[in-house]
Design a binder for this molecule. Structure first.
Ligand code: NAD
Ligand code: ZN
Length: 358
């Protein structure tokens, strides 16, 4: 295929992901045309492939997949003055209306008009060429790689989660789940001053990576452990004390329950993980101990902090990338991601030849 053709990964329905050549998109006056470089696969991409929906977001017509991307500016809309052709950028994948009360109040992640890549009905960016709003592109310094640019997406979730938890100096933090989101939350929490961070998971290999990335303690959870045993194990790691903040990065009912029970009275449970729409929780026990529960929906105004962390060498996000594929191998990339093949954590798809600073 000639390099200027627009190879594109389109999800037609459950277990039906196809590569096809599409025309190169036109841009409007406020957009840039991007030559996409790297796209990370997220659990939600895999979920759409396997289930065709996430909650009320249902794939009803063919949708281009992918939302964790970086690219190179190939063309400018006529109103764009902040970028130039050749700039390397990270793409914040959700474009909000900029006009509603949520946008004006700075919580644009809650905008009802949000157009978010690869969330139905909006197309994503796993393709060679893609048009995006220039004000949702972040220019990368030369020393930040295109892979790191793509990783700003999950990293921004970690920044937002830690900001929602008000992580600060001296915190004892429990992170439930050591997938990409748990790991980026760990990286940010340590930089925000949490002194003791415990990370739990069912998979020892992921806990080993958490240790490498600065976890003070890890706890392997086995299905045999009762809730009471797990709470005791968490508290034992803190010499009988309890975490004052907990971030659920798994979404499983079991972890959210553990989070509520293990968090110190007066503390905070932040829930990032998205599992079943309804979960059974020991609510009264938590409310009478004034444990606050806070939700997280993606991020808002968090990309710049994520970029500053990577650019200054404080967020070693590259460690998350375990597998690389060319866009022509997209189905293999999804297989590796969904099966956790060979300890897969973050699978990266390259839309350009892999010699451009990644
Ligand atoms: P992931 O599936 O790679 O990681 C989840 C981890 O939780 C896995 O390593 C799994 O082994 C572990 N886990 C499962 N059950 C557990 C248990 N009982 N105890 C301890 N660990 C357990 O997913 P990810 O990409 O890291 O994302 C994490 C969650 O965050 C997902 O539910 C995802 O949908 C959600 N998410 C939410 C937002 C948001 O805006 N709220 C954004 C991104 C991701
Ligand atoms: Zn809005």
């Amino acid at each position: 295929m000639a390099p200027n053709e627009n190879l594109t990964a389109v999800l037609y329905g459950i277990e039906d992901l196809r590569l096809e050549n599409q025309s190169i998109p036109e841009i409007n006056d406020d957009q840039v045309l991007l030559e996409i470089d790297c796209v990370g696969i997220c659990g939600s991409d895999v979920h759409y492939l396997v289930h065709g929906r996430i909650g009320d977001f249902i794939v009803k017509k063919p949708m281009i997949i992918g939302h964790e991307a970086s690219g190179i500016v190939a063309k400018l809309g006529k109103n764009v003055s902040t970028l130039k052709v050749g700039d390397r950028v990270a793409i914040e994948p959700g474009v909000s209306c900029r006009l509603c009360e949520f946008c004006k109040g700075g919580k644009y992640n809650l905008c009802p008009e949000m157009a978010f890549c690869a969330t139905p009905p909006f197309d994503g960016n796993l393709r060679r060429f893609y048009a995006h709003a220039a004000d949702f592109c972040f220019k990368l310094p030369d020393h930040v790689t295109m892979e790191e640019g793509a990783l700003l997406e999950p990293l921004s979730v970690g920044v937002h989660a830690c900001r929602r938890a008000d992580v600060t100096l001296g915190d004892q933090l429990l992170i439930l789940g050591a997938g990409p989101i748990g790991l980026v939350t760990l990286i940010i929490a340590k930089e925000m001053g949490a002194t003791k961070v415990i990370v739990t998971d069912l998979i020892q290999g992921r806990l080993d990576v958490a240790k490498e990335l600065g976890a003070d303690y890890t706890l392997l959870i086995t299905k045999e452990d009762s809730e009471e045993t797990l709470v005791k194990k968490v508290h034992a790691l803190l010499e009988g004390d309890a975490p004052n903040k907990t971030v659920d990065c798994s979404g499983a009912e079991a972890t959210i329950r553990l989070g509520l029970m293990a968090t110190k009275s007066g503390g905070v449970l932040v829930i990032v993980g998205c599992g079943s729409p309804e979960v059974k929780l020991p609510l009264i026990g938590a409310l009478t101990r004034e444990v606050d529960i806070r939700g997280v929906f993606r991020y808002a105004n968090d990309y710049s902090a994520a970029l500053a962390m990577v650019s200054s060498g404080k967020a070693a996000v590259k460690r998350l990338v375990t597998h690389h594929f060319d866009i022509s191998e997209t189905s293999d990339a999804f297989e590796a991601s969904r099966n956790g093949t060979d300890g897969a954590i973050k699978v990266m798809i390259h839309c350009q030849p892999r010699n451009k600073n990644n």
